[in-house]
Design a protein around this ligand. Structure first.
Ligand SMILES: Cc1cc2nc3c(=O)[nH]c(=O)nc-3n(C[C@H](O)[C@H](O)[C@H](O)COP(=O)(O)OP(=O)(O)OC[C@H]3O[C@@H](n4cnc5c(N)ncnc54)[C@H](O)[C@@H]3O)c2cc1C
Length: 408
């Protein structure tokens, strides 16, 4: 690789960072020298962490060094401490610095536990002891497992997965009397996906006997004492699991909003800063979801490639939400074009995007499916971009399709 090529630095080896690296490799490998800066040695597929407590299988994790090598990129292990955009320099926590011509900031958000008296669902760190929590809840006088989406910035879908998988696990453990309640500020279940997914998810919750409490802002007055507003009712649970909230990375040298998130435009350019882009949970886009982060990374990569003279049209970020709800044994695919005017969303047990991976990144999903970068990224047959009703059995007996569950 020529020394004289402009250098593109990608900060962060998570979902958005890897998508940016894959996209730039495809669109501009001959025009830029790519460097990935990451503090951790591995890429962790956080969305799969939700299954870990239920399956004991660790979420997918891959070493970054061979990935970078395969893609012809340099890997620098380190955490970024600050950016100096006027000098086009990034300072690392170990005191060293790196020059850049283009910078893509994908350092993610910072998760924060909200309630002292709850177990926080985290993608990294110690695995949640779900069997113990279910037993604790079942033995409590309320017989209740309570799940809380706190007010603030978060991605709610994993908590629905925990609720659905907990019902199945409780049945397996013989705690058939367990009550499960889910409290969330959302007005309806996963309302961000549109009315069709809301109807399907509501039905799944009903069949699995999960009480849904929407428009519920839960506060904790004393450790373990929870109240719901505006209903002003006590929230009782023998065991409580809550999502963390996400704060912005507040990276010194870059602008940020009140929450610490980096403001970007539709090409994922950081507002007011030349040649700096940002993608993923660390940006000010209000929905923190991996698939959306990859779409921002793609917009950044296309814009950089076009700036570097590649024959690429720099399309603006067009947010289409695609989520795979793991419901225990099976999954329900949900999608919704957030720009509006595209109907009420889709829900299907069949694929709604291709490859049908849990994170729907244009490049990342193909890479996770072991397809080469830049390969034909279409499904083997016509995409099922239509609304598909769930099989009748999923409503009446959702365990019926589960090959690992007890016989119906
Ligand atoms: C349990 C759970 C389930 C989820 N399920 C889904 C799902 O089904 N579908 C979906 O699309 N999304 C899902 N999400 C959300 C998704 O995981 C995030 O939106 C996504 O990981 C954000 O990608 P990111 O690259 O912005 O941040 P991250 O994936 O968090 O990556 C950030 C990277 O930056 C690195 N970094 C941090 N600080 C620095 C620094 N100072 N310098 C350099 N590098 C740094 C980190 O080490 C990390 O590698 C889920 C999240 C959780 C927690």
């Amino acid at each position: 690789m020529s020394e004289s090529l402009p250098r593109t630095l990608i900060l962060g080896g998570g979902i958005a960072g890897l998508e940016a690296l894959l996209a730039l490799t495809d669109l501009a490998a001959e025009r830029t020298e790519l460097t990935l800066v990451a503090p951790d040695p591995d890429f962790l597929l956080k969305p799969m962490a939700v299954e870990e407590p239920f399956t004991s299988q660790p979420a997918m994790q891959r070493e970054l060094a061979p990935i970078a090598e395969d893609l012809g990129a340099q890997l620098v292990r380190g955490a970024v401490a600050a950016v100096a955009p006027d000098e086009r320099v990034v300072e690392l926590a170990d005191g060293t610095s790196l020059d850049y011509d283009y910078l893509v900031v994908c350092v993610g958000g910072r998760t924060r536990s909200v309630y002292e008296g709850a177990t926080t669902l985290q993608a990294v760190g110690e695995r949640m002891a779900i069997d113990g929590l279910i037993a604790e809840a079942a033995e409590h006088s309320s017989h209740r497992l309570t799940l809380i989406v706190p007010p603030g910035v978060s991605w709610a879908l994993p908590l629905y997965e925990v609720a659905l998988m907990s019902r199945r696990r409780a049945d397996e453990l013989g705690h058939r009397e367990l009550e499960i309640s889910l409290y969330t500020p959302e007005l309806s279940p996963l309302v961000i996906f549109g009315q069709v997914p809301v109807d399907e998810v509501s039905e799944l919750l009903r069949v699995r006997k999960i009480d849904f409490h929407g428009n519920a802002y839960v506060r904790e007055d004393r450790p373990g004492e929870f109240f719901e507003t505006p209903a002003h009712a006590q929230v009782t649970g023998g065991a409580v699991i809550a999502l963390p909230v996400i704060d912005g990375p507040k990276l010194p040298g870059l602008p940020h909003d009140d929450g610490g998130f980096i403001p970007i435009d539709t090409h994922a350019r950081v507002r007011g800063v030349d040649r700096v882009y940002a993608a993923g949970d660390g940006t000010n886009f209000p929905i923190k979801q991996g698939g959306l982060g990859t779409q921002q990374a793609d917009a950044a990569a296309e814009h950089i490639a076009a700036e570097l003279g590649a024959d690429v049209e720099a399309s603006p970020f067009h947010p289409v939400l695609r989520g795979k709800l793991i419901i225990g044994g099976e999954s329900l695919n949900l999608s919704h074009d957030l720009t509006g005017g595209h109907g009420e969303g889709f829900a299907s047990p069949d694929y709604l995007w291709w490859p049908p991976h849990k994170v729907s990144g244009r490049y990342l999903a193909a890479w996770l499916a072991h397809e080469p970068v830049g390969s034909e990224r279409g499904p083997p047959s016509t995409p099922l971009d239509i609304e598909v009703a769930l099989p009748h059995e999923w409503h009446e007996n959702p365990m019926a399709l589960d090959p690992y569950g007890p016989p119906p």
